[in-house]
Ligand binder design. Sequence first.
Ligand code: DAH
Length: 345
Amino acid sequence: MLPQLEELRSKALQELASIDDARELESWRVRYLGKKSKLTTILRSLATLPLEERRTVGARANELKTELENGLRQKEEALREAELAKGAKQETIDITLPGRPLPIGRLHPITQTLNEICEIFASMGFGIVEGPDVEWDYYNFEALNIPQEHPARDTMSTCWLEQQKSDKQAMLLRTHTTAVTARVIESMEPPIRVIEPGKVYRYEASDATHVPMFHQIDGVAVDKGITMADLKGTLYEFARRFFGEERKVRFRCDYFPFVEPGVEMAIECLVCNGRGCRVCGQSGWIEILGAGMTHPQVLERGGIDPEVYQSFAFGIGIERLPMLRYGIDDIRLFYSSDLRFLRQF
Ligand code: DAH
């Protein structure tokens, strides 16, 4: 009987070793450990054997049963692990891949430009002041030496508000942020150094270079002994920081009723580098701001003695700047809410 058991053992273990799926394993179990298996039959028939043989065969048969049962359990375990590993391989997750980006908003290119300019002036010690978009005629015009019937009014087509009978003054949508300068001069004590970013409005049809609402940043400094050199130094520094060290800057005389003398500042054209092109009207220069020494009458009207204090002021058009920097040829793109355009910034 013992050799029979040994033969059974080696056959069973050999078969077990080559099994690699659960169904085969189950049929192996039935064959070698099931009720009708040879081993079970031998174990059942032990009682019929002579005592001596019963002892040796019984011990060996039980050993074999335990060995096969352990083998079965190990195989089950191995198959389960192999199954898991296979699943993991099929649905591999590559944890080194970057995550899917969440769509996040961004600042409008004009807001970005405003922020950038505000930062440059803030680092030079300028504070930031805002004024109302709906403004009195007084601050937009009269306080700035532009009385009724002054021709300068014609250069800024104005959106007027419907007038209430009780209004002593007409109201309008401010045509320039210089209106905030008038308020600052009236309400703040020198020394003053502020910039005034904001929206301005003109009664004009839209085209590639005009929109009825755009942005400006005005600035004003008031202190004892301020000269044109301070104005030029400040604006040179701004141009250097905003357009780069190499960009040439030019000042020329200009007229604005609220400054004397008045200047315009131009930079070398960013498109042709001064050679002359369509963008700069073949001149090689692009005007980016108006400026000057604040007119004594404007200071006086605001309660500041021009004999004691001097002042410079400037006003920068904003939309022009990113247009030049990025080669945008139509100002309306900023305000048409086309995400294909806006997402580029
Ligand atoms: N307000 C002027 C405009 O909109 C620009 C300007 C010129 C502002 C000279 C100033 C200045 O403060 O001093 O065209």
